[in-house]
Design a protein around this ligand. Structure first.
Ligand SMILES: Cc1cc2nc3c(=O)[nH]c(=O)nc-3n(C[C@H](O)[C@H](O)[C@H](O)COP(=O)(O)OP(=O)(O)OC[C@H]3O[C@@H](n4cnc5c(N)ncnc54)[C@H](O)[C@@H]3O)c2cc1C
Length: 436
């Protein structure tokens, strides 16, 4: 099932595939929001680069987002203040605020239905969480307000509001950004060697390589298989449901989100860890039936995002041992501003420019967080489970996903069609002989 943004897929420029061996200064792997924006800034700076995409650009998670541009990433600031300290929390806010401003600047000359809207992060549990968030924000110099009566059809304890955030059509935006970039589509990277990648169509030598493949797929460096897990969510596009003034997101990652686009309500939710059970489409359909009785479903889709250990994404050197290899991942479902932050940091890095925000997002930071233990246990369980259906990534037992008719990996989130075709990485190949 395709997102509503695919109505504009014909406007995305097409690129030919790689032909033979070549050399470049910077090689970007992956043409989603992170890879495209990085290519865009390198192009503007006159750096020699090439972007490789295994399918067509913008058909990964970025084509299935709900496209809210905000630096209000859940109730993150109280956690950052407590776990990382004031300076880092302030830098996180500034990096993402500046990213949102860059979107605003670019969208002035791009026809992509960009519109400012307030963003509300609500809770259905304890109002004190909201008060703590507002206090944390005050400490780092940002004024947000507490709103008590929300227009939503569910009971909430209120919300923290960030004024003048934004929403847009990401496919229209990508169509404009991708024009004139140096891209090869239908060119999958199969393997990495220092300063070199192997594709199905030939080898490429590069001074620097940036992995923007959503989940970084190179396993023998960086330990991303421990640093990340994937969380899946579902979206219904409803006609005749409700028109809300603003965007609304539950602070609980399994809760609901609401934004409107072109007369439709985009209702998000039903979330769960990939490979585990959760509400999925059924939960959203029941919600719509109960709360928007006269509504009609015109589209539905699902996608997943990489979740980091400490709520901060990973942007920078892939590992200490690979000085020429970089990545951007772990966007925690906030990949619009995070991709922009990544593109600014990585394009600066490629030009030898110091970026004031880079230390906050460095993948090198400590991994000693409680989520590391959870990820480790989950991987062990998956590897030790008995099943003939196994993931080619690290060998975990696959689980059948009834709602979407796919084989999903509960360890790292790779997904495969009923016939074994790769749908979501970090696995990097289909499964042959799935029925054996
Ligand atoms: C349901 C949902 C709603 C969301 N809503 C929001 C929101 O409102 N606001 C927000 O800020 N964020 C949101 N997010 C998060 C955001 O959409 C993602 O974080 C972001 O789109 C990820 O971008 P990406 O470039 O990392 O990945 P992708 O868009 O998946 O791009 C990765 C690309 O790499 C390519 N690739 C992979 N492997 C290879 C290979 N070996 N060789 C060549 N190419 C390869 C893929 O084909 C793909 O095109 C949402 C996420 C979900 C799941």
């Amino acid at each position: 099932m395709k997102s509503i943004w695919y109505e504009n897929e014909d406007s995305i420029p097409q690129f030919s595939s790689l032909k033979g061996e070549t050399k470049t200064d910077v090689l970007i792997i992956g043409g989603g929001m992170a890879g495209l924006l990085t290519a865009f800034f390198l192009h503007k700076a006159g750096v020699k680069y090439l972007l490789l995409e295994k399918d067509r650009i913008f058909r990964g998670v970025s084509g299935n987002t709900t496209a809210k541009i905000t630096f209000q990433h859940g109730l993150i600031y109280q956690k950052l203040l407590k776990d990382e300290g004031q300076e880092k929390a302030q830098l996180y806010l500034e990096a993402n605020r500046s990213a949102a401003e860059t979107f605003a600047d670019l969208c002035r000359s791009i026809d992509c239905d960009y519109k400012t809207a307030d963003n509300f992060v609500y809770t259905t549990s304890d109002k004190r969480k909201l008060e703590r968030e507002i206090n944390a924000l005050n400490k780092i110099g940002y004024n947000a307000d507490l709103c008590e009566n929300l227009p939503l059809p569910i009971k909430t304890a209120g919300a923290v509001r960030f004024k003048e955030q934004a929403e847009f059509n990401p496919m229209k935006f990508a169509s404009a950004v991708a024009k004139g970039l140096n891209i090869c589509e239908n060119t999958r990277v199969i393997a990495y060697e220092p300063n070199k990648v192997i594709t199905e169509k030939g080898k490429i030598t590069a001074k620097r390589i940036i992995v923007c493949t959503h989940f970084p797929f190179i396993n023998n460096h960086g330990a991303f298989f421990l640093k990340l897990y994937q969380h899946r969510s579902y979206v219904l596009a409803l006609k005749d449901a409700a028109e809300y003034d603003g965007m609304y997101v539950d602070e609980d990652k399994n809760g609901y989100s609401f934004r409107n686009y072109n007369g439709l309500l985009l209702l998000g939710g039903g979330g769960h860890k990939t490979g585990k059970r959760g509400g999925s489409y059924r939960e959203l359909e029941e919600f719509a039936k109960k709360h928007y009785k006269n509504s009609r479903q015109v589209a539905s889709w699902a996608a997943q995002d990489c979740m980091s250990l400490d709520n901060i994404c990973y942007i920078g050197r892939y590992s200490k041992k690979t000085p020429e290899l970089y990545t951007a991942s772990g966007f925690n479902k906030w990949g619009m501003t995070s991709s922009m932050v990544a593109a600014r940091i990585l394009s600066d890095e490629m030009q030898g420019i110091r970026n004031e925000f880079s230390a906050v997002f460095s993948p090198d930071r400590s991994i000693l967080k409680p989520q590391l233990f959870v990820n480790g246990v989950s991987s062990m369980e998956g590897m030790l489970s008995l099943s003939t259906k196994r993931c080619p990534h690290l060998g975990c037992a696959l689980k059948w996903n009834k709602a979407e008719h796919s084989w999903d990996c509960p360890c790292h989130g790779s997904r495969f069609s009923k016939e074994g075709k790769l749908l979501d990485n970090p696995a990097n190949c289909d499964i042959k002989n799935l029925d054996n």
